[in-house]
Design a binder for this molecule. Structure first.
Ligand code: SF4
Ligand code: SF4
Ligand code: FES
Length: 324
């Protein structure tokens, strides 16, 4: 079968902006997008730049945008893409600087991974010569890494992340999932866990995630980064980190529901920004607009019937852990 591929091309030495190129190729049964791209490079246009190595969904280097979604080209079937979309369009990963054609600059990705200190900080004794003693987990420790250790660092989740799209400083799903992996490690020292969580409270940390779920949808290894972020948030609340805006939102939300049986939108913004003049002046313009349009409910509205049952229920859930 002869297929037309639309490939986004960009050579910084001659192009000011990326442009699509159509290339026709005879394809056979069972071919992947990567198989086709390698043949295009070898048979049609040797100047096409792409990254790949293992061809087996292990190294993570062939992640790209195929028909609008982040995929590993080496495990994306041409036939399935054709059946689903009727065409094959290939572009580099989004939201990362393009070096050439399908190759993106992963420097910021690796920088964020480094920022979460992706190594064990163990309380294990040090040998006299300064070399850490063996850090083997106890046989009965049975650590549960929630599959975050399956990450192959392909960058697909970061490219799909809606927060990273608008805020390049966001730590991002892959780095946060990596941080979660060390939280689950029984050899990690408690003080290090606390230090890790503390570092993630800042702007661009765990509370910036909007829980859009795109990182979960595109991850080829089922790492579920968003769930890792939720675990980090839960652990943060358990350790008493409640000053970040996102943490205050959760605490304030649950307090209001517990007190009144419903969310009170008139009080909720104050729960998040507090009573500091700086915070109040930030929300005041929106509050006035809402008030003038009749959108601010009575902050002293009546309690709902059945409130005591709800409160008993919340107390019971609280005993199992923080409400995140
Ligand atoms: S769930 Fe959070 S980390 Fe994942 S893609 Fe959405 S905003 Fe990004
Ligand atoms: S979490 Fe999944 S999508 Fe993100 S870098 Fe790791 S393997 Fe790739
Ligand atoms: S070439 Fe290694 S993951 Fe695709």
């Amino acid at each position: 079968m002869r297929l037309t591929f639309t490939i986004q091309r960009f050579n910084p030495e001659v192009d000011s902006i990326p442009h699509p190129q159509e290339i026709r190729l005879d394809v056979g049964r069972g071919m992947t997008v990567l198989d086709a791209l390698i043949r295009i490079k070898n048979e049609c246009d040797g100047s096409l730049a792409l990254r790949y190595s293992c061809r087996s969904a292990i190294c993570g280097s062939c992640a790209m945008t195929v028909n609008g979604s982040e995929k590993l080209a080496c495990r994306t079937s041409l036939r399935k893409e054709l059946e689903r979309h009727g065409h094959i369009t290939v572009a580099p990963l989004r939201n990362l600087p393009v070096i050439k054609d399908l190759v993106v600059d992963m420097a910021s990705f690796w920088g964020k991974i480094r920022d979460v200190h992706p190594w064990l900080v163990s309380a294990a004794r040090h040998a006299p010569e300064g070399v850490p003693a063996q850090t083997k987990a106890r046989d009965d420790a049975n650590p549960e890494f929630h599959n975050v250790d399956a990450c192959i660092m392909c960058g697909a989740c970061v490219a799909a992340c809606t927060v990273h799209e608008v805020s390049k400083g966001f730590a991002g799903p892959a780095a946060l999932a990596k941080a979660d992996r060390f939280l689950s490690d029984p050899r990690e020292s408690p003080s290090s866990i606390r230090a890790r969580l503390s570092a993630l409270q800042d702007e661009h940390g765990i509370w910036d995630c909007t829980r859009c779920n795109f990182c979960v949808e595109v991850c080829p290894k089922d790492v579920k980064p968003m769930e890792a972020i939720i675990r980090l948030r839960r652990a943060s609340l358990e350790q008493g980190f409640t000053t970040a805006g996102g943490a205050r939102h959760i605490v304030g939300f649950t307090e209001l529901v517990e007190q009144q049986g419903r969310l009170n939108e008139a009080i909720m913004p104050l729960k998040v920004v507090g009573f500091a003049p700086q915070g109040i002046s930030r929300i005041m313009p929106l509050g006035i607009k809402m008030f003038l349009k009749g959108k601010v409910p009575n902050p002293f509205g009546h309690a709902l019937p059945g409130l005591s049952q709800l409160q008993a229920f919340i107390r019971r859930v609280r005993r199992a852990g923080p409400l995140v």
